[in-house]
Design a protein around this ligand. Structure first.
Ligand code: PLP
Length: 421
């Protein structure tokens, strides 16, 4: 490891050289007193346009009341459809494969209802360990709701002592499970280590043994380029409060591959509500009998969209459309590699566990410290650096390309050298 301590001047020169192409810092509120915000993988910053978007809908409600469903510039009846295009571009989906709805864990339950179909000796669901607790709870309770025991019917693939999985690990486990496997549910990017999984290869392995495959993209959406349609993923879900900057508890996203859209309710059961039906005939409700799913991912919607919660999402997605994932990823790789180069030096009292190869990491670096993570977090916060922690000794640093700069990265490394060594 070579010492590369960098300097503030070097950081500023890198910022000047990178230019403004993908940077939208002025479009966000930076919390006062913060010199480096590294928590975009946890809660993204508030886009300035969010307030206007939200107030606009409140005003529309004041002025139009029930008429707001069908008038004003974004009628609420089809409000969620405005998020569709930008989200489809972000995750690499075709038209009709993505919908903004609910929250992430709820979407996982709705999608597992359809895509985890244990039958005969094909009953197993494969996931990773350690997994995000909500995913574990969702899977365990879901499996139990089918009258099956998680201990027997959930296969957990163990990471190494750092929580890394490595190339080919899931493909091998999937092949081993063979025709006992009903469904695979894995993250696109590990919340703990920042490791990117090879989703295309995992999807192919799952289909090879006749299983369905879905991804939790909480740490992938808005972070790395995705091609869900081309990778032949069956389903996916993500939250929008991390890299997508849509606010605390923001409306989540869901993807269902188009080959499933025309399958009947008998063939592919969906937990249903009125918003899963054809919007053109939905209000003939007393004339229709039985649930007729609309032939798109919207068939998984149960309820009408919560407009006030969705307004900030639309404001935030505008920024992604302005920049595009290709530019963002390029900037992200440069920022994260530079931060890594500042933190990796001879005798550093920490260890970065996130894989180094560019196709195996996103924005986040997970760093094992030799001191308690809570203490480190407080010391960094005193220096104006906001980083998030996973006890007992991990901090996660995520330079977020829309608003983080090389100078921010320098501040992080400088603060770590001063108060954690
Ligand atoms: C990987 C992962 N899965 C699930 C969740 C839970 O999300 P929600 O509270 O939106 O259901 C999170 C939240 O941070 C997460 O990071």
């Amino acid at each position: 490891m070579s010492a590369h301590l960098g300097s503030l001047e070097e950081a500023r020169a890198l910022d000047r050289a990178a230019g403004e192409a993908a940077l939208r810092r002025d479009a966000f509120h930076m919390p006062p007193g913060v010199s480096a915000y590294m928590c975009g993988n946890s809660l993204g910053l508030c886009p300035r346009a969010a307030q206007r978007a939200l107030l606009g809908e409140l005003e529309a409600w004041q002025k139009s009341a029930v008429d707001g469903h069908f008038k004003d510039w974004r009628g609420w009846y089809r409000y969620h459809e405005h998020a569709r295009g930008p989200l489809e571009r972000l995750v690499g989906a075709r038209h009709g494969e993505v919908v903004a709805m609910n929250s992430l864990t709820v979407n996982l339950h709705l999608l597992l209802t359809s895509f985890y179909r244990p039958e005969g000796s094909r009953t197993k669901l494969l996931m990773e360990s350690p997994a995000f607790p909500s995913d574990t709870f969702a899977v365990e309770t879901h499996v139990r709701s089918r009258g099956l025991e998680p201990d027997t019917h959930v296969i957990t693939v163990q990471g190494d002592s750092d929580g890394l999985f490595g190339v080919g690990c899931f493909e091998r486990a999937i092949a081993d499970a063979g025709d006992e496997l009903a469904c695979v549910l894995l993250p696109g990017v590990s919340f703990l280590t920042g490791e990117v999984l090879d989703m295309a290869s995992i999807a192919a392995a799952a289909h090879e043994v006749g299983a369905t495959v879905g991804f939790d993209l909480a740490h992938a959406a808005g972070n790395i380029p995705l091609s869900l349609h081309d990778w032949d993923v069956d389903f996916a879900a993500w939250c929008s409060y991390k890299y997508l900057n849509a606010g605390p508890g923001a409306i989540a996203g869901a993807f269902v591959h188009e080959r499933h859209h025309s399958r009947s309710q008998a063939e592919l059961p969906r937990l249903s509500g009125w918003w899963g039906t054809d919007p053109d005939t939905r209000f003939d409700m007393h004339l229709n009998d039985g649930f007729e799913p609309v032939a798109s991912v919207d068939a998984w919607q149960c309820s009408n969209p919560p407009v006030m919660a969705m307004a900030p999402l639309l404001a935030s997605l505008d920024l992604f459309d302005q920049v595009g994932m290709t530019e963002l990823r390029e900037r992200s790789l440069r920022l994260t590699s530079w931060l890594r180069s500042l933190l990796e030096f001879e005798g550093a009292p920490w260890r970065i566990i996130t894989p180094k190869e560019s196709h195996r990491h996103g924005a986040q670096l997970s760093v094992h410290l030799h001191i308690d993570a809570g203490t480190a977090q407080r010391r960094l916060q005193d220096q104006g650096v906001l980083a998030d922690v996973r006890p007992p000794s991990m901090i996660r640093l995520a330079p977020t390309p829309l608003y983080s700069t090389f100078e921010d990265c320098w501040h992080v490394a400088d603060a770590m050298r001063r108060c954690l060594t």
